[in-house]
Design a protein around this ligand. Structure first.
Ligand code: BGC
Length: 538
């Protein structure tokens, strides 16, 4: 793999900095904490880290509301801490991706403060300002993902402004060339500081319909993806408030900027009803995004047939787009709880990693998955996530996957911080702490390290094509192929032994070294519960 294409097939570890490692005792993780844990990260066998936002922010959406794109928020440290962190990552051979949240800013950003000041200031149309209708109501039916109208009344301008998330996250007006220039300048700032790429938050939300047409309702019985059904956002087809055609030209501008620096990778977060069509469009032509982050395996469903269906549709509908797959992130319940239908065996996380790592595309691992952490239950009084506060009790928000990392089972606050952590660390996470996992050769942590290292040596798994084989009730099956190698990959996601019959005429022999055990006998593979099989032709 050359330096330019390092991201193809990369294993990227997502760090939620508030909860990774605190270094100064304020109960909130920080950049110096990440630096201190760099040997742990390098030892995992990953290629890169993606750090969720650490920029200056009032933290109403925990950093996804940026008030200064060029500053580190003091709770996370300063630019010197960033420079030391990235230097340490590079010394350990790890790339660093940062999270660019440019669709919206915080209402505390200087741009918004100026924009809301009057109707005739130089930034007056940097955000989406609209007069009320004659009866005072908002211009159209657009909804915020966090619940309720996407329009917030502002008494200074006596106009509404658009926000797709919190009302304190006003939407930038990308139709304005100066806005595009300003966010590209902010991006250049971090390129100059040595980052290796970007995760682009809500990349399909940059533009809105300038005619402000109302979205049509969903057909009866259908719901928009990615939000709970009791959220009115789910009741619309989002044709006018996002995924507008103008975005393609902006993504080309973004790519032209990143192409001026060697080896930069971009991953776009695309939340859309027509996800496949959008991610094919956003990654086509090698002049826009490098990778599209897919939500499809972040679903509640988890059977082998469901997973096969997702992969099959992806292959058919995206014309070869390069995906970035993940089973968890800071917005969804942790995978071992979300997919508890698959059983609660300690063997499950490793086979899920092996399956993920065998898909065509790159992969994102979310911090704590390597410790097999389950979703935490946060009592109402301790909920921090604004989304959870609005939608509780039907939806408790995203805190359950954001609790601090348990580093030491018997340490003060599990070794995360010397001060009280910003979210409680569940007692159930203590036996999973990194020090316990380190001491147990059978732990998920060791199996992750082992598998990720083995995977790096299998060119077909890193960048080969993927041919899906028929699934069974228990097994997900595929063949990965490049010029040098062909690998049959089978995963038993069930708690019972599975027998998988290979298609007629296929003959394979077991490939070892990955840490799983299954047996092949002629055209038949026997997989014990939660085991994988890898084979080469022969
Ligand atoms: C991030 C969320 C955030 C939202 C608004 C996303 O999709 O992953 O955590 O709340 O964008 O920025």
């Amino acid at each position: 793999m050359n330096e330019q294409n390092w991201w193809r097939g990369a294993a990227i570890y997502q760090i939620y900095p508030r909860s990774f490692q605190d270094s100064n005792g304020d109960g909130i993780g920080d950049l110096a904490g990440i630096t201190a844990r760099m040997p742990y990260l390098a030892q995992l066998g990953i290629d890169a880290i993606w750090i969720s936002p650490f920029f200056k922010s009032p933290m109403l959406d925990f950093g996804y509301d940026v008030s200064d794109y060029r500053q580190v928020d003091p709770i996370f440290g300063d630019l010197g801490d960033f420079d030391r962190m990235i230097a340490a990552a590079h010394q350990h051979g790890l790339k660093v991706l940062i999270d660019q949240v440019i669709s919206h800013t915080s209402d505390q950003h200087a741009w918004f403060k100026e924009s809301r000041g009057s109707r005739d200031n130089p930034k007056q149309d940097w955000y989406v300002w609209v007069d009320p209708q004659a009866d005072g109501s908002p211009p159209n039916n657009w909804q915020s993902i966090f619940g309720g109208s996407a329009w917030q009344w502002d008494t200074r301008r006596c106009q509404y402004y658009l926000h797709n998330f919190l009302s304190s996250q006003p939407d930038l007006n990308f139709h304005h060339p100066e806005v595009q220039d300003a966010v590209l300048d902010a991006t250049r700032f971090w390129l100059e500081r040595g980052v290796d790429g970007f995760r682009l938050d809500t990349v399909n939300f940059y533009f809105h319909d300038q005619a402000l047409r109302s979205n049509p309702p969903q057909p009866a019985g259908q719901y928009a993806v990615g939000v709970p059904r009791n959220n009115p956002y789910a009741l619309q087809v989002h044709v006018y408030d996002k995924t507008r055609p103008e975005n393609l030209a902006f993504l080309q501008r973004f790519r032209a900027l990143t192409d001026a620096y060697p080896g930069i990778a971009t991953i776009g977060e695309i939340g859309d009803d027509n996800q496949y069509r959008t991610l094919a469009a956003y990654t086509a032509g090698n002049d826009k995004l490098h990778m599209a982050y897919t939500f499809n395996l972040l679903a509640e469903q988890c059977s082998p047939r469901f997973i096969h269906g997702v992969l099959d549709e992806f292959q058919r509908e995206t014309a070869g787009a390069w995906a970035c797959w993940s089973l968890g992130n800071h917005d969804v319940p942790r995978v071992v709880s979300r997919w508890q239908e698959l059983g609660d065996s300690p063997l499950l996380p490793a086979v899920l990693l092996a399956m993920l790592g065998s898909l065509r595309g790159s992969i994102c691992l979310y911090q704590g998955e390597e410790l097999a952490l389950a979703e935490a239950v946060i009592p109402y009084e301790q909920i921090q996530d604004p989304y959870g506060k609005t939608m509780w009790p039907d939806f408790a928000g995203r805190d359950g996957c954001r609790t601090p990392m348990p580093w030491q089972a018997d340490g003060l606050h599990a070794g995360f911080s010397s001060g009280a952590p910003w979210l409680p660390i569940p007692a159930a996470h203590l036996p999973c702490a990194a020090d316990r996992a380190e001491a147990d050769p059978q732990s998920t942590l060791h199996r992750y390290r082992h598998f990720l290292r083995w995977r790096k040596q299998q060119p077909a798994l890193i960048h080969g094509e993927m041919e899906l084989l028929a699934p069974s009730d228990q097994v997900v099956a595929m063949i990965r192929r490049d010029e040098a190698q062909t690998v049959l990959c089978l995963f038993n996601l069930s708690n019972a032994a599975a027998i998988y019959a290979l298609p007629a005429g296929m003959s394979f022999q077991a490939l070892g070294g990955h840490g799983f055990h299954s047996e092949i006998d002629g055209g038949q593979v026997t997989l014990p519960p939660y085991q994988a099989f890898f084979g080469t032709p022969g």
